[in-house]
Design a protein. Structure first.
Length: 395
């Protein structure tokens, strides 16, 4: 059986909203439906009934995104009821996992046209209540927030594995000797690059604002921040001697992203020139508390499978869960030119709506390669509980 080439024809995303911000009133299934509908509308030559499957990443799934949010997005977007949908969860890597699974289906001939993406509303993530151990309990019961991080943790898990995400970032800072000032400088650069990219119109081709919501740009970008302003923020996870702050971490966010993937037959049906071609992917595991370094080995393996090196890369979208985590990864890739990493800003500024981020990164790489006309790009994320995921694209 021959392996088919897989092309990214288009990629869209919403502006990323802040926690409790402009998109907080929008259900996650509506956010997902919006990007699916926008993607289909941008390829009018393609019959929506030709979409073989819709893959969507979603890290939470405990609230309005329950009941297979991918299928809900298909129905809410008005696609034919014959179009199926499947929701995947690899936590922070869910959106990229959806892209990889869709690409794999096309490469193996199980599909010709697919939509892949991700969604998360961290604002609307519910509290959940466990069922009691016995009927009719007399005491109070505990609600657990599903917004982010560990909850209802299995007591069999070693304590060193179940530290908070922020403490995990502090451990990476300890391991690589990353200072508070280095983290703040990284965060400042992320905001400046993102603000500049928006000012230059570099996101105009991919961002589709949600109708009826006054949000045309990513909501968390702080154009006027400075090293002085960042230095005033207190450590969030280690009160004494900590280096990780709200200013050098990604915020809590809401948003959705989606990509249109096709084989040669599907490409002809769209009548469009592809943005990029999917080359290889890789996933790896690491100690849960060092989740921030998860991309290190995944990136190396993906490049090796593609027959490429860091020197071949023209752009690299690395999810900025924390500045410390990103700097830790960069420290382990000395051969990588840091100037090609997140040229249009990263998650510290743009935001990190968990299930959507991987799709946002893949779409951004595809658009950057199309703008350049040629090159090799890479998207990668660290993943809570200790994994790394990477995807290589070419044009």
């Amino acid at each position: 059986m021959s392996i088919r080439d897989v092309y990214i024809v288009d990629a869209v995303r919403t502006p990323i909203g802040k926690f409790g911000g402009a998109l907080a009133g929008v259900r996650p299934d509506d956010l997902a439906a919006h990007v699916v509908r926008a993607l289909v509308d941008r390829s009018p030559a393609l019959d929506p009934a030709r979409v073989d499957d819709v893959y969507f990443g979603d890290a939470n799934g405990a609230g309005e995104d329950n009941r297979d949010v991918a299928r809900m997005a298909v129905l809410l977007a008005g696609l034919p009821v014959t179009v199926p949908g499947v929701t995947v969860n690899r936590l922070c890597g869910s959106g990229l996992e959806a892209v990889i699974q869709a690409a794999r289906a096309i490469a193996l001939g199980d599909a010709s046209v697919a939509i892949a993406g991700g969604v998360e509303s961290m604002s609307r993530a519910p509290w959940v209540l466990q069922k009691p151990e016995r009927a009719f309990p007399a005491g109070h019961q505990q609600l657990h927030s599903t917004t982010l991080g560990w909850r209802m943790t299995n007591p069999k898990m070693p304590a060193e594995w179940t530290v908070s995400l922020g403490e995990g970032a502090e451990l990476v800072a300890d391991k690589h000797g990353i200072t508070r000032e280095q983290q703040d400088a990284f965060a400042l650069a992320s905001h400046r690059k993102a603000a500049e990219a928006w000012a230059k119109g570099l996101y105009d081709d991919e961002v589709v604002p949600y109708p009826g919501v006054d949000l045309a740009r990513d909501e968390c970008i702080r154009d006027s921040t400075s090293m002085e302003a960042l230095a005033k923020l207190k450590p969030a996870f280690r009160p004494e001697g900590g280096t990780v702050t709200p200013g050098n971490s990604s915020p809590l966010n809401d948003g959705a992203a989606a990509l249109l993937l096709v084989d040669e037959d599907g490409l002809r049906e769209t009548g469009r020139e592809p943005l990029a071609r999917i080359r290889t992917s890789a996933v790896t595991g690491i100690e849960p508390q060092l989740f921030g370094l998860g991309p290190v080995e995944a990136v190396r393996r993906a490049l090796e499978k593609a027959g490429r090196s860091f020197a071949d890369l023209t752009t690299f979208e690395l999810n900025e869960a924390f500045a410390a985590q990103s700097l830790g990864c960069l420290a382990e890739w000395p051969e990588l030119d840091p100037d090609i990493v997140n040229p249009r800003g990263g998650a510290v500024a743009i935001g990190h709506p968990l299930g959507a981020s991987g799709a946002r990164l893949a779409g951004s790489v595809a658009h950057q390669l199309a703008a350049a006309g040629s090159g090799t790009g890479l998207a990668a994320l660290c993943i809570g509980v200790g994994q790394g995921l990477a995807l290589v694209l070419e044009r």
